[in-house]
Write a new protein. Structure first.
Length: 304
């Protein structure tokens, strides 16, 4: 059994949820001035620099342990999963709105839960299957204003963005599954720093770091926020997964799309030239809430 302490896990999971809700909004504002691959590289580079220096100074890193014995394949899968998630997420944001992305990426914690049933031995109740059904119902309701174009293939760019975000959801679930296995026997910061270093090295050949010199004050502020977001959000997520059940963490993260939709609507109304707001009617809002409720029910269907 994994240790469970909701007094630690819940605040950490809520911190992750709020930062992930802001993530696509901040990134969307920066994509106009910097390509998504370079943004992703800066996020990894900044995180590797600060986290590596901090944990190294405190002598809390044991990276070699992750490359030994049975942890090696888990490490490779967790690192590969999160790197693929980052680039698919950032690239998909070029084609769809932040609100749509966050509703669709809600498949990630749901897939993590399903993977946990098969590989971590967690049990799945009828109520949890009902939650899965609600997510499947809610997604087409949310996209009801676009579903005709998507089915007909008229808006191929938007469809391509949807496919990329679906890939991001699958790869994040792979990361979450193997991250849970790793933190059971190793400190969370070991895997995080390993991922930051791997991302810095993997994306450097295709990144354009010099493009940051052309950014204005807002661009630099967004880039710094995205780097801090990487450090704080994933640090909090890793510690939440170590302190609390994967299903409870997933349930808390189900709130992310509603947070993003609300923040996007406010920012779009106050600053319309900053981001495109997803066109929504009352059916779309019902769909978004249905997706969130389905995710919650799937995550905590057996608990309180």
């Amino acid at each position: 059994m994994y240790p469970s302490n909701w007094r630690v896990g819940l605040p950490l999971a809520l911190t992750t949820a709020f930062l992930w809700a802001l993530l696509p909004i901040a990134m969307k504002g920066l994509i106009a001035d910097m390509d998504s691959t370079t943004i992703t590289w800066y996020r990894f580079f900044g995180a590797a620099l600060f986290a590596g220096a901090w944990y190294g100074w405190r002598r809390e890193l044991e990276l070699g342990k992750l490359l030994q014995g049975k942890l090696l394949p888990y490490t490779l899968l967790a690192v590969g999963g999160l790197l693929a998630n980052y680039i698919a997420y950032a690239t998909g944001l070029n084609y769809i709105t932040p609100g749509a992305l966050q509703v669709l990426i809600q498949l990630a914690p749901l897939l993590l839960l399903i993977f946990s049933v098969f590989w971590l031995g967690e049990r799945f109740s009828p109520r949890q299957w009902m939650g899965v059904a609600l997510v499947c119902i809610g997604l087409p309701l949310f996209f009801n204003l676009r579903i005709g174009e998507l089915v007909a293939g008229e808006d191929r760019q938007y469809l391509f963005g949807v496919a990329l975000v679906a890939i991001a959801a699958v790869t994040w679930a792979v990361y979450g599954l193997f991250q849970k296995k790793i933190v059971a026997v190793s400190r969370p910061q070991n895997l995080l720093v390993m991922i930051y270093l791997a991302g810095t090295l993997c994306f450097l050949p295709v990144a354009k770091p010099s493009s940051a010199l052309q950014l204005g004050a807002l661009g630099w502020a967004l880039l710094l926020f995205l780097t801090a977001n990487t450090l704080i959000a994933y640090g909090a997520f890793a510690k939440a997964m170590a302190a609390w059940e994967a299903s409870r963490v997933s349930a808390t993260l189900a709130l992310v799309p509603l947070m993003t939709l609300g923040l996007s609507s406010i920012i779009g109304a106050l600053w319309p030239e900053y981001i495109e707001v997803e066109p929504m009617n009352w059916i779309s809002w019902v769909g978004a809430i249905t997706v969130v409720m389905g995710s919650l029910l799937a995550a905590i269907g057996r608990g309180r």
